[in-house]
Design a binder for this molecule. Structure first.
Ligand SMILES: [Zn+2]
Ligand SMILES: [Zn+2]
Length: 413
């Protein structure tokens, strides 16, 4: 929506609410709140427009084979905004690369208002490649040049230019293929480290006009080796990171649920199928990690100490009311130092929060390396922690009630 239309609509609403602007008694943001908390459920045009723009962004960033034609055309338009000295063949999109769209200047006039709004929404809401776990096959699909992990520099060296122009490398997987001759010694087709190597790969490259294929292969390898561990394409598809549960344990959990038995916490994180799945909005750009997520106890994978069982429960006074107060309790045995009662701080107060707070207290009081059994009767918390976490993470936790509490519990578990 053009900004002048948004302003005009806001004025019409304001005049209607405040009788032609004869005085505004309550800040607008309160009127947007739900009626249950004293608001008017008044349409927030600005937020609604931003939400629509983020949905466009989601469609634009869908790099699956079903990508919409307008998204591919938008790539070309946005690519035109890259710096003059960039190598155009390898400019894809700033959302997958380290170059940025200029925030001002004459080049911006090439964008229409819709694309400008979408880019602004992406920036304002901190859109980033911030998925916790990025599968190896997606790391290979990323653009090889102006890689998201790199600092923006001018591509100047002969081998780099040759890799782009003669070897036509575009993706990380292309660099892997070019560097293969150095990494794998093929007995029937031996590569020798000199510009005139007669091996099959070098001969093919020479025919394309490359006069030092060995040097180019070395440059490709160096580029791959410089990537930080999170983006390194040679990491295994399913690394031993403690972030997945074995299939047999998953099957046991299904049975345990039916029998109301012990369910093993499943820390699995979904690995997306396409590049679109690794984008996140509302991220904190200062907290983006370049190391892969890991769930290993500090002293290794072997559990240390005997299993400890903690009973937890939550409680709330005046549940559902404005002045509700909640808390939780943990109990191990009479006189045990882990027995605790806690009062939940902050404005969010409900029985459900009391229940999850008690689990947080229990998980925080036992080291990750020690086996822990938590016994509780809250179906809401059990379902949340044993069934819903994956879906919630996939949804980016948008609209999930009590998300910060569940995130804290999942982190501790
Ligand atoms: Zn060779
Ligand atoms: Zn070359």
């Amino acid at each position: 929506m053009p900004s002048q239309v948004e302003t005009a609509l806001k004025k019409i609403i304001n005049d209607f609410i405040w009788d032609d602007g004869k005085g505004t008694c309550i800040a607008q943001e309160f009127l947007h709140q739900p009626k249950e908390v004293g608001g008017l459920d008044l349409l927030d045009i600005k937020s609604q427009n931003e939400a629509i723009e983020l949905m466009w962004l989601k469609t634009y960033l869908n790099f699956s084979p079903k990508r919409q034609p307008w998204a591919a055309i938008t790539d070309l338009i946005i690519a035109g905004l890259a710096q003059e000295n960039s190598i155009t063949q390898v400019i894809k999109t700033p959302f997958l690369q380290c170059w940025e769209i200029p925030s001002r200047g004459p080049r911006l006039t090439r964008l229409n208002d819709d694309i400008k709004c979408m880019i602004k929404a992406a920036k304002d809401q901190n859109t980033n490649l911030a998925a916790v776990k990025i599968p190896a096959h997606l790391r290979k699909e990323l653009p090889a040049w102006y890689h998201t992990d790199e600092k923006l520099t001018t591509i100047r060296s002969r081998p780099e230019k040759c890799l782009i122009e003669k070897h036509e490398t575009r993706l990380i997987t292309d660099l892997i293929n070019v560097s293969a001759r150095i990494r794998n010694q093929n007995v029937t087709n031996i590569h020798t480290p000199n510009p005139f190597c007669p091996c099959q790969d070098c001969a093919t490259d020479q025919a394309k006009g490359c006069y030092n294929p060995h040097e180019c292969a070395q440059a490709a390898l160096a580029k791959l080796q410089n990537l930080s561990p999170k983006w390194n394409p040679w990491g295994p598809e399913n690394p031993i990171d403690g972030l997945s549960l074995t299939p047999s344990r998953k099957a046991n959990n299904l049975q345990a649920k039916i029998n109301n038995d012990e369910i093993v916490f499943n820390p699995s994180l979904t690995c997306g199928e396409s590049l679109a799945d690794i984008f996140r909005v509302f991220t904190n750009p200062n907290r983006l990690s370049t190391t892969p997520a890991l769930r290993l106890p500090p002293l290794g994978r072997t559990p240390i100490g005997p299993k400890i069982t903690i009973f937890t429960d939550g409680a709330c006074l005046k549940n559902g009311k404005r002045n509700a107060t909640c808390g939780g309790g943990t109990w191990v045995s009479r006189g045990n130092p882990l027995n605790a009662s806690i009062r939940v701080p902050g404005p969010a107060q409900s029985n459900q929060i009391g229940e999850i707070a008690a689990v947080i207290q229990a998980a925080a009081s036992v080291p990750l390396s020690q086996p822990l059994e938590i016994v509780l009767d809250s179906k809401y918390v059990i379902e949340g922690l044993t069934n819903n976490l994956n879906n919630w993470e996939d949804q980016g936790w948008i609209g999930i009630q009590n998300a910060p509490f569940f995130q804290r519990a999942a982190y501790l578990l």
